[in-house]
Design a protein around this ligand. Structure first.
Ligand code: NZQ
Ligand code: ZN
Length: 389
């Protein structure tokens, strides 16, 4: 087992009517909250009003800042920083999924550092050491932003989607009432399920380290997500299934499943390049390339892929046959819940030039090698994209 630091400080309030506790929880961190949300699902479901009622009861002033779009943008976050500064916010609350919560995190960093350029901070050209406290009220099991140390923005001007990892991204609290997941479109639930699985798998396929406890947690989490994810896609009003995937979304990305092994996130790098260029749903950008990523790498980590197949999919074959079965079953699962498993199913028809541009973006102009299984340069990454055609 490798040395590790595990830090997951977010206070989680989970279950039916959890949103009624937003005010008393938020009151520990601030008095003037900017409420950051997306394109209106939280208005329609009545969640925003419930959150406002709870904040009012706790004596917290608030201001709305809606409009975050899936694959949220830098420009929108910059508008939010102005709103937060004008309002004198001392707390930023994201209400929705990863897009609203990541926008809230970006606004918090920008509002605490008004003299700095947000993209320069985001890309670590300019260091920053402070942020405003953030909280999350979650409506979709997917990104895991509610407990993660990460946030992702798209800079539309330069066509780049980039994430930043810092403890300053940790929400102080996360409110989760899985019943709000019942209004989700099925394709969003499925994309979320793919993302949750990927957050676990991106930490699992790293060879050469023994971590029995972490492995068992990851495998159990994956089995639970596969079973309950399929049930939630079939019936979004199945609150039991929705509860399981809500909790899994947080645990799969709060670093629990990397303790002693670390993380890879090369599939996410492939996916972010696709989302930056084609604005595709995050979970779909991952399921579309995972099969070809696994196909390119399983021979370099045969033990990991074999164990995955046996423990997650109860495959009875041995060796390479087991590894291949596990990959096929995963791809079949994505397909069964309606997720794209190729670029064409994602609606992308890439030219030679597009493949080249995608692989250069994913490898930061061929300066960074992807994957801890085997270092992949831009040429190899291009092959994986092409295999996913
Ligand atoms: O905008 P609204 O109207 O709220 O609609 C959203 C949006 O259209 C809708 N939705 C969410 N909850 C709903 C609902 N519709 C009906 N009922 C509900 N209960 O679903 C759509 C997707 O929302 P979004 O927030 O984009 O989803 P998700 O949570 O998948 O977040 C995706 C973003 O998070 C980033 C992704 O790259 C992407 O930008 N990620 C963030 C991470 C992090 N901060 O740790 C890690 C992830 O790997 C990921 O990269
Ligand atoms: Zn993800």
């Amino acid at each position: 087992m490798d040395n590790f630091r595990y830090y997951a400080p977010t206070e989680v309030i989970f279950g039916k009517n959890a949103e009624e506790k937003t005010g008393e929880t938020a009151a520990k961190y601030g008095k003037r909250a900017l409420l950051v949300y997306g394109k209106g699902s939280v208005v329609k479901s009545g969640l925003l009003d419930k959150v406002k009622g709870s904040l009012k009861d706790a004596g917290i002033e608030y201001k709305d800042f809606g409009g975050a779009k899936p694959n949220p943008t830098l420009a929108h976050a910059e508008d939010g920083i102005k709103e937060a500064l004008e309002f004198g916010s001392d707390l930023i609350i994201g209400i929705g999924g990863g897009s609203a919560i990541d926008t809230a995190k970006a606004i918090a960093h920008g509002a605490a550092n008004p003299d700095k350029n947000l993209w320069e901070m985001w890309t670590r050209k300019v260091p920053f050491k402070s942020s405003l406290p953030t909280g999350a009220v979650l409506t979709i099991a997917a990104a895991g932003s509610e407990m993660s140390d990460s946030a992702v923005l798209t800079n539309e001007e330069i066509g780049k989607k980039a994430g930043i990892n810092t403890d300053l991204n940790r929400c102080r609290f996360a409110i989760m009432d899985p019943e709000y997941g019942s209004t989700l479109p099925k394709e969003q639930i499925a994309a979320g399920v793919a993302d949750i699985m990927m957050h676990t798998m991106e930490r699992y396929f790293i060879p050469g380290v023994r971590c029995d406890v972490t492995d068992e947690i990851a495998e159990g989490l994956l089995r639970a997500v596969i079973k309950n994810g399929a049930a939630a896609v079939k019936d979004p009003t199945d609150t039991e299934a929705m509860s399981e995937i809500f909790w899994a979304s947080s645990l799969s990305h709060n670093n629990l499943t990397e303790c002693g092994r670390g993380k890879d996130f090369s599939v996410h790098k492939l996916g972010h390049a696709l989302s930056a260029k084609y604005d595709v749903t995050h979970g779909a950008s991952l399921s579309a390339v995972w099969g070809s990523w696994a196909g390119a790498l399983y021979k370099d980590a045969p033990g990991r892929f074999e164990r995955f197949a046996k423990k997650v999919w109860s495959v009875t074959e041995e060796g390479e046959a087991a590894a291949l079965s596990g990959i096929n079953k995963t791809v079949e699962f994505f397909r069964s819940i309606g997720m794209p498993v190729s670029l064409s199913e994602l609606g992308i028809k890439a030219s030679d030039e597009d493949y080249r541009a995608l692989s250069l973006d994913a490898t930061m102009q061929d300066t960074v090698k992807l994957s801890r299984i085997r270092p992949l340069d831009a040429k190899e990454v291009e092959k994986i994209y092409r295999m996913a055609e």
